[in-house]
Structure formats: C-alpha cells, structure tokens
Design a protein around this ligand. Structure first.
Ligand SMILES: *Cc1c(COP(=O)(O)O)cnc(C)c1O
Length: 383
C-alpha cells in the first residue's frame, strides 16, 4: 500500500496545529503597525508565562541556534571562560560558539546518552575560578537526555559570577519549568519544537543578572544585538523586520498552551513519553538514554540492523518521518518525537511504524502490535 498521508514525528520541526496554520496564513502585517505591536507585546507576555519568568523575553528572527549565538556573543567578553556541558550534538554547538567568539570553553565531556552529574559541574567550577557562565542543554535532543538543570541552578547560587544559560529548546513546552525559581539566568527556546509553530523564531530570556551582564560586555554583535533588541522589544518593536506571520502564529500556539494549562501540557508529555518507552521495551529494545527526556525518545538499534534503514522505510513506505542518529550515532539509534502537537495516536503511529520497519529488516523477536499494546496499557491506566 502506498502512503497517502505524511506524518511528522521528528524532534523539530514538529507538527503544527490547524489553528496555528490558520493564524500563519492571515494577511501579513506591517511590523511597525499598532496592530502588530499589540500582538508582539502580547506574545512576549505569553512567552513569559510559558517560561515562568519575570525577566525580559526577546523574540529573534532565526532558528534556535541564533539565540544560542546571541547568548554567547552578547554575554561574554573575549577571553572569558565558560563551563560547557558536551553530551551530544547541541552541547558541541555551545562549544563551537564559544570558540567562534573567543570564549574559552571549560568542557565537561559527558558520554552521549548520559546526564551530566552536578558534581562534575561543581568540580569544573572549583578548578576554574572566575568562570563567567555555565552553558547546558535542559534536554540534549540528539540523545534524548535530560540534564539536571535545576540542581545546577542550585549549585550556581554559590557562584554569583557565573550565569546559568540553559538551552531549553526541547524542554520548554514539554516540561513546566519555573525558570526564575531554578536560577536559570538565560533561557533559550525556538518556535519549531514544543511551541508548535513552524521554524523561524528563537526566544531568549534575560533576568536582571543577565541584563546587567549585557551592559558590562563589549558590544560585538550587529544583527543579534540583544541590547538593541531589548530597547526595541520593550516597546513592542524589533530592531529589524521580524517574521510577522510567524509571530502571529506563535501567539496562537502559546494561547493553545495556556488554554490546556502548563501543568496539563507537562503531564501529557510525561504520559506520551512513558507510553513510548514502555512500547519500546515491549519490543525487547533498549532506550539509548539513561536519563530519558519527555520530548523525544532515543532507541538503540538492535545489533546487525542499520538504523538509517528504519528511518528510510518509515518515510518511504509509510509516509512517517522519524529521526535517526547524528554523528557517531548515525545508524545506531532512531528517535521518536512526542513533543508539541502530539497525542496518543501519534505515539502509536511512531511505535507501529518502527515495528513494521524492524520486521522488514529482520528483527522479528516480537509480535506485531506488542509495542502499541504496551503503550495503550499506560494510557488506559493513567491517561
Ligand atoms: C533544535 C535544537 C536547537 C536549535 O536548532 P536550530 O536548528 O537552530 O533550530 C538547539 N538546541 C537543541 C537542544 C535543539 O533541540
């Protein structure tokens, strides 16, 4: 049977709700108009509530990496050092950004699939006095791993010189994260993951400490200049033309999150993740991460099977896009996303398509439907 429908189950971009697509298709607004200004200010307020911060929240016109780059180029002077947790592709990106801007990275190498230990961060801080920041992912998407950012925030209370800069691109909108309470000085997210909006917008929050740092640091960035943006965005303006249609769409998506309730959104993701994990285990497969996240599940591919083939079969024969592994994990894992506009039936789809592909590739020590059955059990008991 040829696939007649396409389904998107990758950890970004993710599926966009009909309501958001409708908002996206409204006539383009002038970015200096009163109407857009109102929407922009409201969107910033909605973001503050999703991030649970009293700090300033800036919207940048770029993918998520733009906000990561802005954090490094605006909050550090050349020659500063920063502790960087590198446990996957996105941790590496922090490291590369530091090198690009002359910030010396104090790297904590974490085996991919493992969460950093707070003691490792503590040791790095002790051994490198004067560190100006800690750069970490809340969820390392490449391995489906959640890092203990709350505990790192607790630790950093003893290091007032170091800003906690957390890439929460696949964490905000998956978990209910009290940014201020956790001591996250700078939080980063993007439109195309759990925020259920097409790619193109990045979000960065700055608490009081981060705003002070902004004032102290030599100005180096032109487009991603947070000082300039802060001044403009407080007034509902942006320094340059923003993607007005995307802002309108994001506004709608954030309203959907608010209507569902942040607590309920987090509960849904926890349940979807648990169901996925139980489904995977029912096939005799192993999770890749020892600290699995609620937005994406990474699955170890059985010996003798090429994980890229699973991804290919899913896409070509079933119209379902799932993700493979990156770098040295290529072929070794596949990833099922369950973040954003996702419900139980999407989870069942992801599991079933993995079953079909595995059978086809010769891994058949399971009965068709067993992962789906295990996932349904989770839902019927807790859903
Ligand atoms: C997706 C993602 C990013 C940003 O990637 P872009 O392609 O620039 O949007 C950064 N960090 C994490 C953890 C991500 O999942």
């Amino acid at each position: 049977m040829k696939p007649i429908k396409k389904r998107l189950l990758t950890p970004g971009p993710t599926m966009v709700p009909e309501r958001v697509l409708e908002a996206l298709s409204r006539p383009t607004l002038y970015h200096r108009s009163p109407e857009f200004k109102r929407i922009f200010l409201e969107t910033r307020e909605l973001l503050k509530r999703v991030l649970r911060t009293e700090g300033e929240v800036l919207i940048l016109t770029s993918s998520g990496t733009g906000a990561m780059e802005a954090a490094v180029s605006n909050l550090f002077n050349p020659g500063d050092s920063a502790v960087v947790v590198v446990g996957g592709k996105f941790g590496q990106r922090w490291q590369e950004l530091c090198l690009t801007y002359g910030v010396e990275p104090v790297v904590i190498e974490v085996e991919w699939g493992r969460a950093v230990k707070v003691e490792e961060v503590k040791r790095a801080l002790e051994e490198n006095p004067g560190v100006k920041g800690v750069l970490v992912q809340i969820c390392e998407t490449s391995t489906g791993t959640i890092h203990p950012v709350r505990e790192i925030g607790e630790l950093l209370k003893n290091y007032p010189e170091a800003l906690l800069i957390a890439d929460g691109i696949t964490a905000y909108g998956v978990y209910d994260i009290p940014t201020d309470e956790w001591g996250i000085d700078v939080a980063i997210t993007g439109s195309q993951k759990a925020l259920m909006t097409p790619p193109g917008l990045a979000v960065i929050s700055l608490n009081g400490r981060a705003q002070e740092r902004l004032e102290q640091v030599e100005e180096r960035a032109y487009y991603f200049n947070l000082k300039k943006e802060l001044k403009q965005q407080r007034k509902g303006q942006t320094a340059y033309t923003t993607a007005t249609n995307l802002v309108v769409a994001l506004n709608e998506a954030l309203k959907m999150i608010e209507e569902e309730g942040l607590g309920e959104v987090a509960r849904r993701h926890a349940l979807l993740a648990e169901a996925t994990r139980e489904g995977i285990k029912a096939l005799g497969l192993e999770l890749f991460s020892e600290s699995p996240a609620n937005g994406v599940t990474a699955v170890r591919v059985p010996e003798g099977i090429d994980g890229q083939e699973i991804v290919k079969i899913a896409r070509e024969e079933f119209g379902v896009t799932i993700a493979g592994g990156q770098e040295h994990l290529k072929g070794k894992i596949f990833r099922l996303s369950h973040m954003g506009y996702v419900d139980i039936f999407d989870v069942l789809t992801g599991l079933e398509v993995a079953e079909f592909a595995l059978k086809k590739l010769g891994y058949d020590s399971f009965k068709l439907g067993s992962s789906v059955g295990a996932a349904m059990e989770v839902f019927s008991q807790k859903g």
